[in-house]
Write a protein that binds this ligand. Structure first.
Ligand code: GLU
Length: 480
């Protein structure tokens, strides 16, 4: 088996394409077969090398490796369609020679007129076939007028075309209902992707085409071309497109949709891979977090849902939080560093052991790496400005009682040696408060918040001097 991922380099890798790449990769791995990366850059205006590079980067970041492609080479190259134009010309010539394609001289304006029709707007446009049967004389006249022809494929009438689809089962089309003769080469000589895709799939020996089901309606056209050129027909697996929570096609409106943005916000590639790989099917045990090897073992195109999966942003965050918690500490610390720096704290210059201790405490509260930005201040800031909840607590009666007690203690019996261990019990003795009425105000004084890490773990890392400053700050602010 050979599979391929064939992105057009016209922008960032978005989630739909990332999923197609992931499923191709997993199926290739499962079958120990080769995965080809083919760059479909026939749209010369919109295709860019930057986009191509970003696709490589995003795929590599996700952990997807390809065996053949423009960057790694391979025996079926070149792997960029723009470098294969000469090859396609041979096939176009053959289609023309054998009467399966013809020159069409209709101008854009004329086609617009045909499209509008006498009623002023046809629902689905079918080319009228005006240039199908031009005489030599008519052709010459158009050429003399300087018209540059497109090449159209001559679609045979009333031929059944069955797409063998591993996800959807056999999907039957009739050639009479696929939109009529379609353009395969534009008037500027550039072939249309919908035509050359099937040539490349054949020449690159692709046996299974896994792609989004927005391409399903192109497939009968591609298969008719394959038949006209005696090319082998691959099998297909069309993946239902991903929906947003409101069941409309996933788009920016729903949240971030490019792999690059997920990377920047601090999602881990392993989590994104896990989540995306399992959209539309469930594991044998129902577990949602599975190691890659297990996903490869269990994935089966026949079990993929035929319905469009809904992208659950919350679930992805939750899953990412799990991966963050289970990651090796040193590796996850490296991943957190840029996010801590971004929040304005010197994570790159502080003692590594201390940083790892901080990360080991804070990662429990992070679903994505950038969450650490709002938490790191607990350890790095001299004084933590109380947030709204902490402020309310500190203004309450218990709050005042605790601030006064804790200030008295830190000025007398609590020292650098014993404060972290004894602070809570001494405040308890001094105030007779207990449970939440004790812990919440102490937490508010020391961290400026009502949620967060255990105080007995956090205080030694915050350090005596900072704790003292924060206590004095709260006293000055709330008790004077
Ligand atoms: N280049 C097409 C796209 O990016 C994919 C074509 C295919 O997979 O057959 O949508």
């Amino acid at each position: 088996m050979r599979v391929r991922f064939a992105p057009s380099p016209t922008g960032f890798l978005h989630m739909g394409n990332a999923r197609t790449a992931i499923i191709n990769y997993l199926i290739a791995k499962k079958n120990s077969s080769a995965m080809v990366l083919r760059i479909e850059d026939t749209d010369r205006e919109r295709s860019t090398r930057e986009s191509e590079e970003s696709i490589y980067r995003d795929l590599a970041w996700l952990g997807i490796a390809w065996d053949e492609g423009p960057d790694v080479g391979g025996v079926y190259g070149p792997y960029r369609q723009s470098e294969r134009f000469g090859l396609y010309r041979t096939y176009t010539d053959r289609l023309m020679r054998e009467g399966n394609a013809y020159h069409c001289y209709c101008t854009r304006e004329e086609l617009e007129e045909i499209k509008k029709g006498p009623d002023g707007g046809a629902e689905s446009y079918v080319y009228s076939g005006r240039c199908r049967t031009l005489s030599d004389g008519e052709r010459k006249k158009f050429e003399a007028d300087g018209r540059k022809p497109t090449v159209r494929f001559r679609v045979p009438g009333n031929v059944p075309v069955v797409v063998q689809d591993r996800v959807k089962g056999p999907v039957e089309f009739n050639s009479s209902n696929i939109g009529g003769d379609f353009i395969i080469v534009r008037s500027d000589g550039i072939p249309v992707f919908n035509y050359i895709v099937i040539i490349d799939d054949a020449l690159m020996n692709i046996s299974l085409v896994i792609r989004g089901d927005d391409h399903l309606s192109n497939t009968p056209k591609q298969l008719l071309v394959a038949r006209a050129l005696d090319l082998p027909e691959p099998e297909y697996a069309h993946l239902p497109l991903i929906m947003g929570p409101d069941r409309s096609k996933l788009s920016k409106r729903h949240g971030i949709t490019s792999v690059e943005m997920y990377r920047k916000q601090g999602y881990l590639p392993e989590a994104l891979m896990n989540y995306m790989a399992m959209l539309g099917w469930s594991s044998e045990s129902g577990a949602e977090i599975l190691p890659l090897g297990e996903i490869v073992r269990q994935i089966d195109l026949a079990n993929l849902s035929k319905n469009a999966p809904v992208f659950d942003f919350q679930k992805l965050r939750w899953m990412n939080g799990n991966y963050i918690r289970d990651y090796p500490l040193s590796a996850v610390t490296d991943l957190f560093i840029p996010h801590i720096i971004q929040a304005g704290y010197p994570a790159d210059t502080i003692d590594r052991g201390r940083l790892e201790d901080i990360v080991s405490i804070l990662r429990k509260y992070c679903e994505i790496l950038s969450d650490i930005g709002h938490l790191a201040g607990i350890f790095f800031d001299e004084v933590c400005e109380p947030d709204e909840e902490a402020d309310t607590m500190l203004k309450s009666e218990d709050g005042g009682t605790v601030i006064r007690a804790v200030r008295g203690l830190i000025r007398s019996e609590l020292t650098e040696e014993n404060f972290a261990v004894d602070l809570i019990s001494r405040v308890k003795e001094a105030t007779s408060l207990k449970g939440k009425s004790l812990f919440m105000p102490v937490r508010a004084v020391i961290t400026g918040r009502q949620k967060g890490p255990e105080l007995d773990q956090a205080m030694p890392l915050i350090g005596y001097d900072k704790c003292k400053k924060r206590i004095e700050y709260c006293y000055a602010r709330y008790c004077t």
